[in-house]
Design a protein around this ligand. Structure first.
Ligand SMILES: C[S@@+](CC[C@H](N)C(=O)[O-])C[C@H]1O[C@@H](n2cnc3c(N)ncnc32)[C@H](O)[C@@H]1O
Length: 192
């Protein structure tokens, strides 16, 4: 386990040069990863899913600091490889990474979710991780509707933290509990 005060630049140095270049824009800062994982791991036996886990930064920081199990699902295989390198580096046993599309992941085994604007890369060129990604509003809608549908079937008390999201994936049954980072981070709980 490392000190919670680790800076983003020290953490990002653990990644390959290619990942270091995109980390500031596309991956969670240490501060926000800690805030989100504290809220999601409050429940005893918490199982947390990062929807679009990138190079694993949120899951690695969360699992290093909180007593909960973290799973990251990520569609890009190279990013899952980077995530597993850090899992090994810190010798973590409470985190797993799955190389899959979110459409293939049922939500029912989790108690909490983290969502950092993962589907916007289908709408805006500046949100793409690589220039090869084709813009597609059809994909954006299908991923967003899938997440919304899965969240709506979850029991009361289910938690989700969103970062830079406009909330399209949040069902009306989820109530906003608080915000952080000038409103960019939102903490939600299902209550009916
Ligand atoms: C903005 S990054 C966030 C990474 C990570 N959650 C973090 O906070 O450090 C979003 C990630 O979601 C992934 N992603 C986008 N759509 C996805 C989908 N349908 N299924 C799985 N992963 C997806 C992208 O490949 C990208 O790595």
């Amino acid at each position: 386990m490392y000190n919670k005060q680790i800076t983003d630049s020290s953490f990002d140095e653990l990644y390959s040069e290619e990942i270091q270049k995109i980390s500031e824009t596309h991956f969670s800062p240490v501060k926000e990863a800690l805030l989100a994982s504290a809220f999601l791991s409050e429940k005893t036996g918490a199982k947390i899913l990062d929807i679009g886990s990138g190079a694993g930064k949120f899951c690695i920081i969360g699992s290093n600091n909180y007593d909960a199990h973290f799973t990251g699902v990520e569609q890009r295989e190279t990013l899952v490889e980077e995530s597993n390198k850090l899992k090994e580096h810190f010798q973590l046993t409470n985190v797993d990474f799955v190389n899959a599309n979110i459409l293939d992941i049922p939500f029912k085994e989790y108690t909490g979710f983290y969502f950092f604007n993962s589907f916007k890369e289908n709408l805006h060129p500046e949100d793409r991780l690589d220039p090869e990604t084709e813009l597609s509003s059809t994909k954006y809608l299908s991923y967003t509707n899938y997440v919304k549908g899965q969240l709506s079937q979850m029991p009361n008390g289910t938690r989700i933290v969103t970062f830079y999201s406009d909330g399209n994936e949040i069902p009306e049954t989820y109530k906003l509990q608080k915000t952080a980072s000038e409103g960019k981070m939102k903490f939600w709980k299902k209550s009916k």
